[in-house]
Design a protein around this ligand. Structure first.
Ligand SMILES: [Zn+2]
Length: 89
């Protein structure tokens, strides 16, 4: 992730440790994805054994980690810091 916006120079990390709060967003995204996978397994795979849930959810969590990391920071930055996207700036 860039330290500053390459276009307008905005510093993303407003203060030290600012993105620690993005962990809450990341947790919510991970929980939502895990729940969705759990429901899909329950209904589509006819409620498999417990280890199947773990064997499917754990790799998916690892695979979406890079996306989740960036997405949670973007959400945190826009909804908590109040930074608005201004095209053309
Ligand atoms: Zn910018």
């Amino acid at each position: 992730m860039y330290e500053h916006c390459p276009h307008c120079g905005l510093r993303y990390e407003i203060e030290p440790g600012y993105f620690v709060g993005a962990m809450y967003v990341s947790y919510a995204i991970s929980g939502g994805v895990a729940l969705l996978i759990g429901f899909l397994l329950f209904y589509l795979a006819d409620d498999p054994e417990g280890w199947v849930y773990a064997a499917v959810v754990a790799p998916v969590m690892v695979l979406i980690a890079p996306i989740n990391f960036r997405l949670s920071r973007v959400i945190w930055l826009h909804y908590v810091a109040g930074i608005k996207y201004q095209p053309g700036l």
